[in-house]
Design a protein around this ligand. Structure first.
Ligand code: B16
Ligand code: MG
Length: 214
């Protein structure tokens, strides 16, 4: 059994993908093109600036000026922060709290491993700021997923070997990152999309400790 579990935030603990989508869509509209939900799939798990690059390529827009790009990313983030500031603990995904409590009762350490720089704000809004043993987020890393840095840092701070960690991820880039960190990985979401994970669950509802027995 794994000694520790590392959870991605967006798409695993909460569904903030819809707020990212609304904010990117608003930016696209301002720039004069449409941005669909299908396009948005390509942004999941990807860092803010890389997401902007993908968005601009979808709109066929080329911007070379770095400061202009930073300003656009900041604009999107301000809208996103407005949306997530309204979040409540009702937005924790089904079964998540039961599963986290089960891990705690069994002495399994828990951490957050997220690319988001808004992690602390989200955790505060949903009442889980002090719940995790370790939180590694976008403010503490230099290399985005699929680089394993975020998960390796979490394992190090948890004082657990990577091989003894299970990662929970909803994004392809995150699954690759976990594998590169030599960790077990459970995909949360669509089986087809997440086929490279060791196991895939549709949700946390009804999951028990066997899920992290390897
Ligand atoms: P921010 P995760 C990721 O979070 C999101 O999936 C991705 O869509 C987002 O662009 C990225 O965080 C950066 O977020 O703009 O808030 O810093 O899935 O790694 O928890
Ligand atoms: Mg995610």
């Amino acid at each position: 059994r794994s000694k520790a579990c590392i959870f991605d935030l967006d798409g695993v603990i909460v569904d903030t993908a819809k707020y990212h989508y609304l904010a990117w869509k608003r930016l696209a509209a301002e720039l004069g093109f449409e941005f669909t939900e299908k396009d948005n799939e390509r942004l999941k798990g990807v860092s803010r600036m890389e997401s902007l690059e993908i968005l601009l390529s979808i709109g066929g827009i080329r911007i070379d000026d770095e400061s202009k790009k930073m300003a656009l990313a900041e604009k999107k983030n301000n809208w996103y922060v407005e949306y997530i500031s309204q979040m409540t603990e009702d937005e924790i995904l089904p079964g998540v709290m039961d599963f986290l409590n089960l891990l705690k009762r069994n002495g399994v350490k828990i951490a957050i491993g997220s690319a988001s720089k808004n992690t602390m704000l989200i955790l505060e809004r949903i009442g889980l700021k002090d719940f995790f043993d370790v939180i590694i987020d976008g403010t503490k890393i230099t290399r985005a997923k699929p680089d394993p840095e975020v998960f390796l840092k979490a394992a190090e701070e948890l004082n657990v070997a990577p091989e003894e960690c299970t990662v929970f991820e909803d994004a392809i880039a995150g699954i690759e990152a976990a594998k590169r960190a030599c960790m077990k990985v459970v995909g949360v979401g669509n089986r087809e999309t997440l086929k490279d994970a060791d196991r895939v669950i549709e949700s946390f509802v009804g999951q028990d400790i066997e899920l992290i027995e390897w």
